[in-house]
Write a new protein. Structure first.
Length: 254
């Protein structure tokens, strides 16, 4: 007799791999990452983006895809991977490290949401600039609580928000790239520095090395979607697809 396949709950709502990719895309990279690194390195960042895409992003996300498909029945993400390969102690250390490192990111997301609402309403940063620190912290906590309520109370809210957020982000990315080529195609040049081949070659000095960490920070984070492999209908097969889609979208933006 052949091996019996595990039965799936026909009533359970599964997350598709494109939704996981869109969810992860918002986590991995944003326009602020592009702006920060351009400010630090100028046009030379283009060379760094291309180099890191092939030396870091693609291998890194393929490793995440492989580990996610291997431990597709574990819901702890990178913590489960370390626990399965290194034991409970290292799994605990990894879980604590991930938790601590995620706290600033979670707070930053809520802060960015509040600032974005200010720009949406007033068209500038006046709302957040004039707000007291205590009020800003209180509203950030309110936004964070609302997100938790939506995720726990509304059915399929995670999928819906991922499609809206990730889809909007990628559409803006496409417009950003198209407008850049249209601007250059009209004979316009950047006003901040000469638009020459030499400008695209980074200067390898201490300033470059000291800001290189921001490039890595801008491109990592794909493992944050790993816990959702258990929410996929066939995580072993579909999670690597999500990582490939994520790598392509990240490469398109950078």
């Amino acid at each position: 007799m052949g091996k019996k396949m595990p039965e799936m709950d026909s009533k359970k709502s599964y997350i598709s791999w494109p939704v996981v990719a869109l969810m992860d895309f918002v986590t991995v990279i944003g326009f602020d990452d592009i702006v920060y690194n351009f400010h630090n390195q100028g046009l030379g960042i283009v060379f760094t983006w291309i180099l890191m895409l092939f030396l870091f992003v693609v291998p890194y996300e393929m490793m995440v895809g492989h580990l996610g498909s291997t431990f597709n029945e574990e819901g702890g993400g990178v913590t489960s991977w370390v626990r399965a390969t290194g034991g409970n102690v290292w799994g605990y250390i990894c879980a604590w490290t991930v938790w601590v490192s995620s706290l600033p990111y979670i707070v930053d997301v809520a802060n960015s949401t509040l600032i974005s609402f200010g720009w949406l309403i007033n068209g500038n940063s006046s709302m957040s600039d004039k707000m007291s620190n205590s009020m800003f912290a209180l509203l950030t906590a309110v936004i964070f609580t609302i997100f938790i309520f939506i995720q726990h109370r509304l059915r399929n809210s995670l999928q819906i928000l991922s499609i809206i957020g990730g889809g909007a982000m990628f559409i803006i990315t496409i417009l950003y790239v198209v407008m850049t080529f249209v601007y250059l195609g009209q004979g316009n040049m950047p006003h901040t520095q000469p638009f020459t081949i030499k400008s695209f070659i980074p200067k390898f000095d201490m300033h470059y090395l000291s800001t290189f960490g921001l490039v890595i920070f801008a491109m990592n984070g794909s493992e944050f979607a790993a816990p959702y492999v258990t929410e996929m209908k066939d995580g072993k097969r579909d999670f690597p697809k999500a990582m490939w889609m994520l790598a392509i979208m990240t490469g398109f933006l950078t």
